[in-house]
Ligand binder design. Structure first.
Ligand code: SAM
Length: 224
């Protein structure tokens, strides 16, 4: 795999796999076209319900293509997103640079701060309102990502064991008011005792209570 600029856009190319076309990230088209995605119903998104509040500080420790992070930023959250894969991060960085030249997308991007590194380290840096965790899982394509996005993510993304993810959730619980974990609908709980779950289609968000500072709404979830 190689990063190559094509017509001013950084693409990931797959010289060994002729059937895979070059891949790039865009914040203003496809699944991320926020105008189409929001369409005046931002509050209807499941992740919005799981977060419980729009104007809060969110740490997304599993940035991926920043679909969720960008959506949260477009809903008014201030989002710090961390991605471990250097190739994914470089594609994101290029998308952010291009997106800044569009006035609508650029406004949203002022609330999205992307970082290359291990999300674990960012959790410990400060107290967050919300920490979001969307771990890699094998098998089913990720909801919200198109086939190509899922395919490339499966190749580049960092996988963790369930034990590592449970420890990550525990760490986040100690450094935030709320921890939101995205799971496949029928996926196992990565940690016991979520205080709420939000389900739709093939996706589930498990919500864990962190340190109570009183700034997050309790939400109207299906409580457990
Ligand atoms: C399933 S994807 C997240 C998709 C993302 N929610 C989106 O909307 O595009 C998981 C991503 O988290 C990254 N990742 C996994 N563990 C990480 C860690 N400890 N720190 C930073 N990134 C991590 C993987 O490399 C992968 O890109």
């Amino acid at each position: 795999m190689k990063l190559v600029p094509i017509d001013g856009v950084l693409h990931l190319t797959f010289p060994q796999e002729m059937d895979l076309a070059p891949f790039a990230v865009f914040f203003d088209r496809g699944a991320l076209d926020f105008k189409r995605r929001l369409g005046g119903r931002g509050g209807g998104h499941l992740i919005y319900k799981a977060i419980g509040k729009t104007r809060c500080r969110v740490l997304d420790v599993t940035a991926g293509w920043c679909r969720d992070a960008f959506l949260l930023a477009s809903l008014g959250c201030d989002v710090t997103a961390v991605e471990k894969s250097e190739l994914i991060f470089k594609l994101l960085e290029d998308a952010v640079t291009r997106g800044q030249s569009d006035s609508d997308v650029g406004k949203i991007l002022t609330r999205l701060h992307i970082n290359h590194g291990d999300g674990r380290e960012f959790i410990e840096r400060e107290q967050w309102d919300v920490v979001c965790i969307d771990p890699m899982f094998t098998g089913v394509a990720k909801k919200g990502l198109n086939k190509k996005e899922s395919q490339v993510l499966q190749k580049l993304g960092t996988y963790s064991s369930d034990a590592e993810l449970e420890a990550l959730i525990d760490l986040a619980i100690g450094h935030s008011e709320r921890v939101v974990v995205k799971r496949p609908l029928k996926g196992s709980l990565l940690r016991a005792n979520p205080v709420a779950q939000f389900k739709s289609g093939s996706t589930r968000f498990d919500v864990y209570k962190g340190v109570d500072r009183g700034t997050i709404d309790k939400g109207d979830s299906e409580r457990r």
